[in-house]
Ligand binder design. Structure first.
Ligand SMILES: [Zn+2]
Length: 246
């Protein structure tokens, strides 16, 4: 973990993005059509925005996922190589359940928990993908999310400078300050199946209850529309989002 000033980061988020783009809103039609998801570990994509990705695909958008770390430290009792292999298979199975084709999954195979040492290398691997794909929208963990690899993912994207993209920052380890809520009530069953595909991770922690509860919490707190489950994001143009952290 980095020794981050989480409260300072939250304040910057609230005082800039949240005020500028103000009110929490609900999006029926999502921005696209080229959607890139940065998933620091092989499960963050499904946990954080799996329901929203199903909706993008049903709108006809192209969704590509880049998995930065190999997940090699994520299975107790397994070597890094064994764990990385298992988790890659789980990521593919889970992504297929969301409707993602394997050709749209990219594994950078960086070592787990040490991304901060290899941000320049990761950015060099990511840049050609971004230049080719030209994403209109990029999902990534919020820079306030309390995991070192998740923060590094923000710095890596910033280094590739996709200036024209919109950013939708998501939450995994730390609830964020949201200004966008996506109703995933109709997609929740499929999302739950995709979470279950990360079998090795459900043995480590009860991610299923954590994520289902988080999605339920977001739905309950959004009062303007009745929904059963929702995913929440901090949504802003890339330059505004990147200005929030170094
Ligand atoms: Zn992660």
């Amino acid at each position: 973990m980095l020794n981050v000033d989480l409260w300072g980061k939250y304040k910057r988020l609230r005082e800039t993005v949240y005020k500028k783009y103000s009110k929490m809103h609900h999006a029926e039609h999502l921005h696209g059509p080229n959607v890139l998801v940065l998933s620091p570990h092989p499960d963050d994509d499904v946990f954080a925005c799996g329901g929203t990705l199903i909706r993008h695909i049903s709108q006809g958008h192209t969704v590509k996922v880049v998995y930065l770390c190999n997940g090699g430290k994520g299975i107790t009792g397994k070597s890094e190589t064994e764990a990385a292999n298992i988790r890659k298979q789980e990521a593919k199975a889970a992504a297929a359940l969301l409707g993602l084709h394997e050709e749209n999954l990219h594994f950078l195979n960086m070592p787990d928990d040490r991304l901060f040492r290899q941000e320049a290398r990761a950015a060099a691997l990511l840049k050609p993908l971004i230049d080719r794909f030209k994403p209109d929208l990029v999902y990534l963990p919020a820079f306030t999310d309390n995991h070192s690899d998740h923060f590094s993912t923000n710095r890596i994207l910033k280094a590739t400078a996709p200036a024209k993209a919109m950013i939708a920052a998501y939450e995994v380890w730390t609830p964020l300050v949201p200004n966008l809520v996506v109703d995933i009530s109709a997609e929740m069953d499929r999302k739950t199946e995709a979470i279950r595909a990360h079998r090795s991770q459900l043995h480590e922690l009860n991610y299923l209850d954590a994520i289902v509860s988080l999605n339920r919490y977001r739905a309950c707190l959004y009062t303007k529309k009745k929904m059963a489950y929702a995913e929440a994001f901090c949504y802003a143009p890339a330059p505004d989002y990147f200005a929030l952290f170094d």
